[in-house]
Design a protein around this ligand. Structure first.
Ligand code: FAD
Length: 666
């Protein structure tokens, strides 16, 4: 029977494998899983039941929704995955898992070759060194075609339809009967008989009045990073503009935490410096057009403030200093009153004119626009609206509000089991060094690649912490690795039957509570948004963003905080968490917003707790603990990890020893 508002239809389904998300990682998993499942069926006769749910429509969901103009991770035959692991480590100030980065480095290219096979145009250079925008008539990468590199690891694509192409292959491989779009997952459910095991998930349709309760042996949680937990620079009429995708609301981190999974490096964040107001990408300008960023009086701050990098050895002295340190040099100019900061497009294009023909320059200028059109249409709107012709007028740059993510230039996320063959620390080696809660695995490998510390719960892309710089291609590759490991996990656990630790009735009641609150109290006042019995999701989101912005090193304080400010934030977040139970939902859209906020709050709390615990400023330029404004290699060259207890609602934060597997002196 079809449900109605306040009285949803309840659908219960039992599967072996559940993929949560339809972004790059889950598309990778969806593409990969059937060949392992079919092979397992041929061998064991077990026909695994598989399902993928996405809160949006896969063709344009997740961070690649608008398209991209570069694939940022392609190793190629000329480079070494160990160099890639070194770059990841340096950019993230030394605290990453080399086993995860190296493993990704040796697998990622295969995903890129698949994208090309599915029709993604990849720019090539011919034998005369001439560039071709697109692949027509050129050999494929896997057949020796040479990509156009915009940086050491990046290759250029015509990528407006990138996500569409990747999603099409995923849908074809998995089959639409195994996919359900517009399902927002709210909670994971642990096993009744073994709380350290995952048993299912529950969510609702954002289109129909329907709650879905899944039982599953293995779950891939790859619901992206977290956006809008800080007050964005774009408010009021600009609200909704952000750099990372607004619809990724911390579901990955919060649901994993509530299920008991160990998180790692949640203090890490990414504060990209982007074109102001449109959040347009700067990579092509720096890498392809060799433009420089200046302060208001034309000084190149990367040159002027160079000696500041010496405060942070060795991360500041690498050929490309860590991203946060590049912001650090920019912020000095802003704090000391020499803003605005500009991308000097005028000089860059004039210089190109000295060596290139007018036709070639025109072509490059078109590429500058295309870079925006491919992945950030809004920036074109800003340039057109403000009469910006890049050859005549420089454009402002601005460090954005902070974002939490594990696949782009950040490394917060979930602690996962790595590959077996790279010499990562074993349980025995780490048992002594780490003072971690006794029930958690000690080493870096506990069986299935990419499994979290909760049995049967896997993650990929933005979900995997302590790695980073995987980007679109790496997230896809990680999803594929998960699919293989999940099939093995299901076959190994073929006789085990999941049992939910909470009844479906209770789960449905929990999820629809904001609707119930609304229906019960809506007539108490004459103005629908003003009511002593409930708070609208929008107002609650403003409260969260204000707390994070003002106390947890948002843009309001130039990314500065200290132990006192964090203590205030802690108290306010605690109260916000209580009030979150009073959110109302007057329709399905608000129900979605309510639960997104709930996910953001838990993610924000994890971020705050980790910054509080790490008594140093590991990422200057991304955040400063002004009471500990230094990098302390002796005491804090380690992972900061945490677990959350959903019953007591308390966090336990602890250190894990860091080990280099790749020689960083090279
Ligand atoms: P996503 O691809 O974001 O997918 C997350 C999925 O989860 C989405 O389908 C979403 O709908 C779904 N979801 C979220 N919450 C829920 C829930 N509760 N229930 C169900 N489903 C849910 N990479 C490059 O290689 N090159 C670049 O140039 C580049 N530039 C970028 C520029 C921008 C502006 C952005 C935003 C990203 C860029 N990236 C780039 C990075 C790349 O997009 C990400 O690394 C990659 O998409 C991460 O994959 P993912 O699967 O972890 O997350």
């Amino acid at each position: 029977m079809a449900g109605e508002f306040g009285n949803p239809e309840v659908v219960q389904e039992e599967v072996d494998i559940l993929f949560i998300g339809g972004g790059m990682a889950c598309c990778g998993a969806a593409y990969e899983v059937m060949r392992w499942a079919d092979a397992a069926k041929a061998e064991t006769g077990i026909d695994l039941k598989i399902k993928l749910v996405d809160k949006a429509a896969m063709d344009r969901s997740g961070a690649v929704a608008q398209g991209l103009s570069a694939i940022n991770t392609y190793i190629g035959t000329e480079q070494d995955p160990a160099d890639y692991a070194r770059m990841v480590s340096n950019d993230l100030m030394g605290i990453t898992r080399d086993d995860l980065s190296y493993d990704l480095g040796r697998h990622v290219d295969e995903s890129v070759h698949l994208f090309e096979e599915w029709g993604l145009p990849i720019w090539k250079t011919d034998e005369n060194g001439e560039r071709h925008d697109g692949s027509k008539g050129m050999p494929a990468l896997k057949d020796g075609g040479k990509p156009v590199r915009s940086g050491k690891w990046q290759i250029m694509i015509n990528g407006e339809s990138y996500k569409w192409i990747v999603a099409e292959a995923a849908k074809k491989a998995l089959g639409m009967d195994r996919i359900e779009e517009r399902i927002f997952i709210v909670k994971l459910v642990n096993d009744k008989n073994d709380p350290s095991r995952i048993a299912g998930a529950v969510g609702f349709s954002t289109r129909d009045h329907k709650v879905v309760v899944y039982k599953a042996k293995a779950i891939l949680l790859a619901a992206g990073g977290c956006v809008n937990l800080f007050r964005p620079r774009s408010v009021g009429e600009g609200q909704g503009r952000a750099w990372y995708p607004v619809w990724n609301a911390g579901s990955t981190y919060s649901m994993a935490a509530e299920a008991g999974a160990e998180l790692t490096m949640m203090e890490n964040r990414f504060v990209p410096a982007r074109f102001k107001d449109g959040y347009g990408p700067v990579g092509a300008w720096f890498l392809l057009f060799k433009a420089q960023a200046t302060n208001a009086i034309g000084e190149v701050y990367m040159v002027k403030n160079k000696e500041l990098l010496n405060d942070y050895p060795p991360y500041g002295q690498a050929a490309v200093p860590a991203s946060c340190l590049r912001n650090h040099l920019m912020l000095k100019e802003m704090r000391e009153g020499r803003g605005p900061i500009y991308m000097d497009t005028v000089t860059a294009l004039a210089k190109l004119r000295e060596t290139l023909s007018p036709r070639e320059v025109k072509h490059l200028e078109a590429e500058a626009w295309e870079d925006f059109l491919d992945m950030c249409v809004g920036q074109c709107g800003v340039w057109v609206g403000e009469n910006i012709e890049p050859e005549k007028k420089n454009s402002e740059l601005m460090p954005t509000e902070p974002y939490l993510l594990g696949s782009h230039s950040g490394c917060c996320g979930i602690w996962v089991s790595g590959p077996e063959d790279l010499g990562a620390p074993t349980s025995e080696e780490h048992a002594e060094a780490d003072k971690i809660p006794g029930y958690l695995p000690k080493g870096w490998n506990w069986g299935y690649r990419s499994m979290t510390t909760v049995k049967g719960l896997f993650t990929a892309g933005d979900g995997v912490g302590a790695s980073g710089h995987k980007f679109s291609s790496g997230s896809h590759a990680e999803g594929r690795m998960c699919a293989k490991a999940m099939v093995k996990y299901c076959i190994d656990n073929k006789d085990w039957k999941p049992e939910l630790d909470t009844s479906p009735e209770q789960l449905v009641a929990d999820i629809y509570q904001p609707v119930k609150t609304y229906l019960e109290f809506k007539d108490y006042t004459t103005a629908i948004d003003i009511n002593p019995h409930y708070i609208t999701p929008k107002m609650l989101q403003f409260r969260l963003q204000k707390i994070m912005d003002e106390y947890v090193a948002g843009v309001a304080t130039y990314y500065q905080t200290n132990a006192h400010m964090l203590a205030v934030a802690e108290e306010k977040l605690e109260m916000l968490k209580e009030d979150a139970m009073k959110m109302r939902a007057k329709d399905l859209h608000e129900l979605l917003r309510a639960w997104e906020n709930y996910h953001r709050i838990l993610t924000a709390e994890a971020h705050m707790k980790h910054i509080q615990f790490r008594e140093e400023s590991r990422y200057p330029g991304f955040y400063y603990r002004m009471d500990k404004n230094f990098v302390d290699e002796e005491n804090w060259h380690c992972f900061v990890n945490s677990v959350y207890d959903k019953n007591s609602k308390k966090w336990t934060v602890f250190k894990r020893a860091h080990v280099d597997l790749v020689d960083k002196s090279k």
